[in-house]
Design a binder for this molecule. Structure first.
Ligand SMILES: Cc1cc2nc3c(=O)[nH]c(=O)nc-3n(C[C@H](O)[C@H](O)[C@H](O)COP(=O)(O)OP(=O)(O)OC[C@H]3O[C@@H](n4cnc5c(N)ncnc54)[C@H](O)[C@@H]3O)c2cc1C
Length: 570
């Protein structure tokens, strides 16, 4: 099938495009807005901000999430911070510099017009969140504080200790709750979207499974927004929550939405190393720690078994400071991750299995005092100590790269619309503004830019132009989509094999990490392409999904993603 991708980037100078576009887009007048229904799937930063803002504008909104509350979306896990080109530190930042850093950090593969818009909007996001009461860290005098993040030589990251995502999500959540209370948003928690309904080539609704009752029903609208997060869990071990899955965007892809750049997976350099065979999650140690922590390994292989305190300064290799002096420990994530892998491949990795490097705070504690370090990173240090039973104030942390963020996703044009008219995609679910790599603290920025400031303009342009007509719940396309979902669900439940979903998922993750992870070559990728189909075949012969119609979403999501990729072997 050939597909023409038209990014619909407005003409004119880069810096003027967004202002010009906002003037050029068609508007829906206030009295007409209430005639339109918009479905938003996802209540993370991208979904909650979009749903709340659409409702504030006057549209009727339905919002869906699979968690028991919208505020449990995975955005809550974000620790380090959110970028904005405010230049509060007077250290040379500007919209142009944030734009340039993002483009360069993404290996010049991002769409420039989108990134420039993102940098412009970044300054509004902070104002919006402060007005909502988000408790960003402040300096002694009351001004908003900033810290540095990888890939930047200025301090432009706004933060709330190590809980920035949680605080931003509380802001978006309360905006959403306000609209729910007002009646503008109908919220559907514990509801999983299992398919997209496309009528006459336009997205007109979704098929949803109620996780409590097991009921499968269509929900119809004039436009659909997917804000369903990333797909890093395809690697099994990642920093993503266990529930994160790719069902929504994958089903949309199967209905015709183009998928872009799935190869661009971000591997985050500062995670707690894998500790055992049966681990199901990897824990992120925020990149903000690299503001004060120094990364090193022993210079000599024979020293890897020694206690770090017994290795003198002269025998340590601060390899990031040595190789990349201008960014040092704040090198971009892809560079820092590859450098850690190289050191471990060289036999100089520390800790069990030799897959770890030190992140050492001794110098910072000497310079600033333990109290200051506790004030900046206290909750992260506590988390590390609880997981590893090592005190990071006394011994260096051990870290290793892990899968963290997906730059690929559904392709979108400048209006954030996919190749299916009416289907818009926001946040980590779209192929995003970041290019081949994402600079730290810019995913939160993108999710909120999409939801608060971009979609509220561009969805109106779609509705005013397309003028969707009414659609009956018993239209043939609607009935067919519901029947498809019911059949897939029945097929999954009917396998009645012996092997758990988790064991298949773990094996798939191993194949992905081994052959499609940090280092890739033709032989490895070919091997993965041999291994995956046979694993899929075994899945369809032997998967065990206990229970009947009421079964857990994460188990079925994983199965369903596979069920979409090809027919079940007969
Ligand atoms: C540990 C960690 C720390 C991070 N720290 C930072 C940071 O400091 N700064 C930064 O900029 N970025 C950070 N990131 C990245 C950032 O948090 C995410 O990219 C961002 O929060 C994603 O937001 P989202 O709204 O796109 O998706 P999510 O927050 O993942 O929300 C997805 C929503 O979609 C819903 N959903 C998904 N599928 C379905 C379905 N089929 N049916 C119904 N609902 C569905 C979910 O219920 C949820 O409500 C971090 C990521 C991780 C994992």
């Amino acid at each position: 099938m050939s597909l023409t991708l038209n990014a619909r980037v407005p003409g004119g100078a880069l810096a003027d495009k967004w202002d010009k576009h906002r003037f050029d887009v068609k508007l829906v007048n206030p009295a007409n807005k209430r005639k339109y229904n918009i479905i938003v799937v996802g209540s993370g930063l991208a979904g909650a901000s979009a749903a709340a803002t659409f409702s504030e504008l006057g549209y009727n909104v339905s919002c869906y999430c699979y968690q028991d509350s919208p505020r449990r979306a995975h955005s809550i896990a974000a620790q380090g911070g959110i970028n904005a080109a405010k230049n509060y530190q007077n250290d040379g930042d500007s919209i142009q510099r944030l734009f340039y850093d993002t483009i360069k950090g993404g290996d010049f593969r991002a769409r420039e017009a989108n990134v420039y818009r993102l940098a412009q909007i970044s300054v509004n996001i902070i104002d919006q969140c402060v007005a909502q009461g988000v408790p960003f860290a402040r300096e002694y005098g009351g001004l908003l504080a900033n810290r540095s993040f990888g890939g930047a030589q200025v301090s432009r990251t706004f933060y709330a200790r190590g809980q920035t995502g949680q605080q931003l999500l509380l802001g978006a959540y309360q905006a959403l709750e306000k609209e729910i209370a007002k009646g503008g948003v109908s919220m559907f928690p514990r509801s999983e979207m299992l398919d997209l309904i496309v009528v006459n080539g336009r997205a007109r609704g979704i098929v949803v499974r109620d996780e409590v009752s097991g009921t499968i029903e269509p929900h119809l609208a004039d436009a659909v927004v997917l804000a369903t997060g990333g797909y890093g869990n395809v690697f099994y071990l990642s920093t993503n929550a266990k529930g994160c899955n790719a069902t929504a965007i994958w089903r949309a892809h199967k209905r015709g939405a183009a998928f872009a750049n799935p190869c661009y997976t971000q591997i985050h350099p500062t995670c707690i190393p894998v500790a055992g065979e049966y681990q199901s999650k990897l824990t992120l140690m925020s990149e903000s720690l690299r503001n004060d922590g120094r990364v090193w390994v022993p210079k000599r292989r024979e020293d890897v078994g020694k206690k770090p305190g017994d290795i003198p300064e002269s025998d340590r290799d601060y390899y990031l400071e040595r190789k990349y002096p201008s960014y040092g420990n704040l090198s971009p994530r892809d560079i820092a991750s590859r450098a850690a892998k190289e050191a471990c491949d060289d036999g100089r990795g520390v800790g069990p299995g030799g897959r770890g490097v030190y992140l050492d705070f001794a110098d910072a504690i000497k310079r600033l005092g333990e109290d200051k370090i506790r004030e900046r990173y206290g909750n992260l240090f506590e988390m590390y100590q609880r997981i590893t039973d090592e005190n990071p104030y006394a011994v260096p942390m051990r870290i290793y790269p892990a899968v963290h963020y997906t730059m690929g996703g559904l392709w979108v044009d400048y209006n954030l619309m996919s190749t299916i008219p009416g289907l818009h995609v926001a946040g980590e679910a779209n192929f995003s503004d970041h290019g081949a790599n994402r600079l730290g603290a810019s995913a939160l920025m993108q999710g909120l830019a999409d939801g608060y400031f971009v979609l509220p303009y561009t969805i109106g342009d779609y509705l005013a132009t397309a003028r969707p007509e009414s659609l009956a719940a018993d239209a043939s396309e609607v009935k067919a989509a519901v029947a498809d979902v019911a059949a897939r669900t029945t097929r999954l439940l009917g396998v009645k094999g012996k092997r758990s979903v988790t064991s298949f998922h773990r094996e798939l993750g191993r194949i992905m990490w081994e052959h499609c992870g940090m280092a890739r070559d033709a032989a490895g990728l070919t091997k993965a392409l041999e291994l995956i189909p046979s694993l899929r075949e075994e899945f369809w012969q032997d998967v065990s999904i206990p229970g009947s119609k009421r079964f857990r979403c994460c188990a079925t999501s994983f199965g369903r993603t596979w069920s979409c990729r090809g027919p079940a072997p007969s």
